[in-house]
Design a protein around this ligand. Structure first.
Ligand SMILES: Cc1cc2nc3c(=O)[nH]c(=O)nc-3n(C[C@H](O)[C@H](O)[C@H](O)COP(=O)(O)OP(=O)(O)OC[C@H]3O[C@@H](n4cnc5c(N)ncnc54)[C@H](O)[C@@H]3O)c2cc1C
Length: 450
């Protein structure tokens, strides 16, 4: 256990705050840290949430990376018990050669098990498999009132309250996760380009159910007839029979490690309206009009951004934010209106990713719910940005939708309460394990989560 002050930010590099950082190595040290914290405390993983969820100004931030243990995967059941500080990258490096894959993966492998549970992360398969907590069988959770093992059967309220609670129900020590069997480390991918948003959304609504994984990249920089043109990539795990050549010799290879990195943060971002427009044009043109059955590695399909370490630095010192919302199928028009608003207000978005979600799980703060989710990476800078995002908050809230806390850095407490109607239930459960309100983060203070 060591202790020093650090200036911390999220992946978006905005709103830094100073905290004492502790690095416990086991349950006993976590308990000591919870007891000795002079003020508030929050856990932190690899800092891949975009905003202020893993920060605690003036308090204690508990790095989970010392909580590192990884038992072998049970070859019969596919269950694995993993320390909260193990990253998905580290987990798949041992699971893939053994023929198992993580049930849900976000767009990067550089997130920890603790972070995956705290955000109840989702992937390209939410419409089929749900979110991460749907595959967690038990959690060892250290709370200010003691450590307990929670399962959906033994402690359903606390278990589901922990899904998407952003660390506010306690420190995850480890968890048992149900992995999925795979024959190969490849995905059979179908790619198709669509001339505008309506065509992209219609194709997703009618065709996504035929695939386990689906995602669309959407161009938010075009207007008129090609507004929101998109490229849909969908796929399923490839069986051995689909592999050819070199792939057949190593059908279960873990993803290659990253070789490139952005070494420093340039003073002003390299990603601006012009460079993003040029990138989007090139991306759309390079995508095939239609290609079926392409064999891609798991890394290429799920984690293309992991090819370059610290790519977030490309946004410069001002940083960037990600705005991700979900709305029900009945309010799919909010996706169109959001892209129209960004395009008409000339707010650039580097990456716009559209997915379909399946049903919500019982987690009161878990983000996914049935419908459409759009995620937009936006550089900080345009003076009109704050007003445009406030307008979007209103549109999403009025449609009964919500923003993803793992990406949020700016939502107001009023909008947050309106978007998460089960917040009262969450606060009631939280009081039972943290009556003094020890667990708090910059995000929980900003949103007024008591
Ligand atoms: C490039 C990129 C792509 C992404 N794509 C997706 C995506 O497709 N889907 C998706 O759902 N998310 C996505 N994310 C977001 C990311 O999955 C989440 O923010 C995740 O929580 C980050 O994990 P972390 O280990 O970095 O945690 P941190 O960012 O360090 O912390 C996130 C939250 O977890 C809590 N936490 C961390 N460890 C513990 C613990 N041991 N116990 C209790 N609480 C803990 C923290 O308090 C904080 O509230 C993406 C992020 C990036 C950078």
């Amino acid at each position: 256990m060591s202790n020093h002050q650090e200036l911390l930010t999220g992946w978006g590099n905005t709103a830094p705050s100073l905290a004492d950082v502790v690095r416990p190595r086991n349950e006993e040290e976590v308990t000591t840290d919870l007891q000795n914290a002079p003020g508030s405390l929050i856990a932190r993983g690899l800092g891949r949430s975009y905003g202020d969820a893993a920060q605690c100004a003036g308090g204690t931030v508990l790095s989970n990376r010392g909580l590192w243990n990884l038992t072998p995967i049970d070859p019969l059941t596919g269950l694995v018990t993993v320390g909260a500080g193990v990253s998905l990258d580290e987990l798949v490096s041992i699971s893939i050669p053994a023929g198992w894959f993580i049930p849900v993966t976000p767009g990067t492998r550089q997130v920890t098990i603790g972070g995956a549970i705290a955000a109840d992360i989702h992937g390209k398969n939410h419409h089929v498999d749900g979110s991460f907590m749907n595959h967690v069988r038990s959690i060892r959770l250290a709370t200010p009132t003691g450590t307990l093992t929670i399962t959906p059967e033994s402690e359903p309220e606390l278990f589901w309250a922990t899904a998407g609670a952003m660390g506010l129900t306690g420190v995850v020590i480890d968890a048992t996760v149900q992995m999925i069997p795979i024959e190969t480390s490849y995905i059979s991918v179908d790619t198709e380009r669509f001339p505008n948003l309506d065509a992209t959304m219609a194709a997703m609504a009618s065709g996504d159910d035929d695939y386990r994984y689906s995602v669309a990249w959407v161009d938010c920089m075009t207007a008129g007839a090609s507004m929101g043109r998109g490229v849909i990539t969908r796929g399923d795990h490839a069986p051995k029979s689909m592999l050819e050549g070199k792939q057949t010799r190593h059908p279960l290879s873990p993803p290659a490690s990253t070789k490139l990195a952005v070494p420093f943060t340039p003073p002003s971002g390299l990603l601006n309206r012009l460079s993003i427009k040029a990138f989007n044009e090139a991306w759309f043109r390079k995508s095939p009009k239609k290609r079926d059955g392409e064999i891609q590695s798991l890394g290429t399909f799920f984690h293309p951004l992991d090819g370059v370490d610290w790519w977030n630095r490309l946004h410069g010192h001002r940083g960037f934010l990600q705005y991700q919302f979900v709305v029900s199928d009945a309010h799919g028009d909010v996706v169109t209106k959001a892209i129209e608003l960004l395009s008409s207000q000339k707010v650039p978005s580097f990456l716009a990713v559209l997915k379909r979600f399946g049903p919500h799980n019982p987690g009161p703060l878990s983000f996914p719910m049935k419908g459409w989710t759009l995620a937009l990476d936006i550089p900080i800078g345009p003076p009109q940005l704050a007003g445009v995002l406030d307008q979007l908050d209103l549109m999403v809230g009025e449609a009964g939708g919500r923003l993803y806390l793992a990406k949020d850095s700016r939502l107001s407490p009023q909008q947050f309460r309106a978007m998460y109607p089960q917040l009262g239930e969450f606060e009631r459960i939280r009081k039972t394990i943290d009556p003094q309100g020890l667990l708090a983060s910059d995000l929980s203070r900003r949103l007024g989560i008591s």
